[in-house]
Design a protein around this ligand. Structure first.
Ligand SMILES: *Cc1c(COP(=O)(O)O)cnc(C)c1O
Ligand SMILES: [Zn+2]
Length: 427
């Protein structure tokens, strides 16, 4: 398709806070009027002409690029392939969790394993879209603030395309994530401070040096990459929409992306209902959960998020001031969902439970969704005949130190068979 046709797919950008609309070529990051986050508005009738359930069924591209007609990019996959990372992004497995289903007497439970992405987290969906977008804008260098995964994802895409990038992380980020960043060839800047300090610095640096900033809740295109997981769930469940999707929430960009994805498919007429979204947060990083609860008990026209002092072990969702909080609260309220808070202990227990029952290894922020499912089930917030998807957003190898807290220890023996016999008898 030529770019004049493709251009019509996007009508513009709309501020999530104040509702002002802009031409997408006029604004780079946030709302010039109020500083709110921007949402990409699509021309659904136009998109529907070429993009349908049946074109999807016959599409052999099993990655997020099968959704190119509804992504905010102008590049053509067939003749501008050099702009796209040559990595397997998205189309991650959706497993029926049969053993956990038995354990909880809950037949329709699914895990979407996004730890299977190239840099081993969900963030590859966003970073891949942003690097293509940045190249379309003629950018030379990319940057982001990150608790670890967003940076790893950006560095991974930039390594594949041989583009320079500068990543700001709190110095407390897990070692494996720092190693990934360095190995992918990023310029890694660790800051004495929190993710929130790294965030502010990334904005200042991108302004100072003209770098393209991917930071979550600032760049309007990360949500667009993240929404593709919702599309995949619809396709993988053969167009049966789950009743509830459990999402671990930090900045709130994944959950608002998942909502965008389901609404896109609803607006295109591909699905006939929408799921409820359940935001799961650590009780030690619960700014969005508090916002949702307050909005449910006392609805206000203007949503305000109060910052917290985050201390959770789940580093990927440890956030003082959520950068996409308003969109996240709106997503949960519009979907008639709710918020659940879990303890760090429950998060760690969930890592072990998912691993030993299903063979899926998750980092703390990724097992949080399942910890939330367990709690919701216990509190009778789910009916037993419902279909539930838990997003597993990152691989456990990214934070082995946390996993070791619940892994236990191996049996240590002298290397002879008698010792093995003793153990096997007592096992
Ligand atoms: C970033 C991240 C999240 C949370 O996403 P937000 O958009 O910050 O809410 C959850 N899990 C993992 C593994 C992540 O990296
Ligand atoms: Zn605004």
């Amino acid at each position: 398709m030529d770019s004049a046709v493709k251009m019509k797919n996007i009508l513009g950008l709309k501020c999530i806070d104040c509702g002002k609309e802009y031409n997408d070529s006029d604004v780079k990051y946030v709302c010039p009027s109020c500083g709110g986050n921007l949402d990409v508005v699509y021309n659904y009738p136009e998109i529907k002409k070429r993009f349908t359930r049946s074109t999807l069924t016959t599409d052999e591209n099993l990655s997020i690029w099968r959704y190119l007609p509804i992504l905010p990019l102008e590049s053509d996959f067939s003749c501008q392939l050099n702009l796209f990372p040559k990595l397997q992004i998205g189309w991650t497995p959706l497993y029926r969790a049969e053993n956990l289903s038995k354990k909880y007497n809950f037949p329709n439970l699914y895990l979407k394993d996004d730890g299977r992405n190239p840099s081993a987290s969900f963030k590859d969906r966003a970073s891949s879209v942003v690097v293509v977008k940045g190249q379309e804008l003629g950018v030379k260098t990319f940057t982001t603030a990150s608790t670890g995964n967003a940076g790893c994802a950006l560095a991974c895409m930039c390594a594949n395309l041989q583009l320079p990038c500068v990543i700001f992380v709190p110095k407390t980020a897990p070692k494996a994530k720092i190693a990934q960043l360095l190995l992918f060839g990023a310029k890694v800047i660790a800051v004495h401070g929190t993710y929130d300090d790294a965030f502010d610095l990334s904005l200042k640096a991108s302004d100072e040096f003209g770098w393209y900033c991917r930071s979550t809740g600032y760049n309007p295109y990360t949500r667009e990459g993240k929404k593709t997981a919702a599309y995949e769930i619809c396709e993988q469940l053969k167009w049966i929409v789950p009743d509830k999707v459990f999402v671990s929430v930090g900045d709130g960009n994944i959950i608002s992306g998942i909502w965008k994805g389901f609404r896109d498919f609803y607006n295109l007429g591909f699905i006939d209902k929408l799921p409820q979204l359940i935001a799961v947060q650590s009780e030690k990083s619960n700014a969005i959960a508090k916002g949702i609860k307050s909005q449910i008990s006392n609805p206000k026209p203007k949503i305000k998020i109060e910052p917290v002092r985050a201390t959770t072990i789940a580093d990927s969702i440890s956030v003082d001031m959520p950068r996409d909080g308003v969109a996240a609260v709106k997503a949960v309220i519009e979907s008639k969902g709710f918020a659940i808070e879990v303890s760090d202990e429950e998060i760690l227990k969930a890592i072990k439970e998912i691993a030993e029952n299903e063979g899926v290894f998750s980092e703390p922020a990724a097992s949080t969704s399942f910890a939330g499912f367990k709690k919701a089930l216990k509190e009778n917030k789910i009916k037993e005949n419902e279909t539930v998807v838990c997003l597993i957003t990152g691989n456990g190898l990214k934070d082995v130190e946390s996993a070791m807290k619940v892994a236990g220890v191996p049996v240590l023996i002298e290397p002879n068979i008698e010792e093995v016999k003793k153990i096997i008898k007592t096992a």
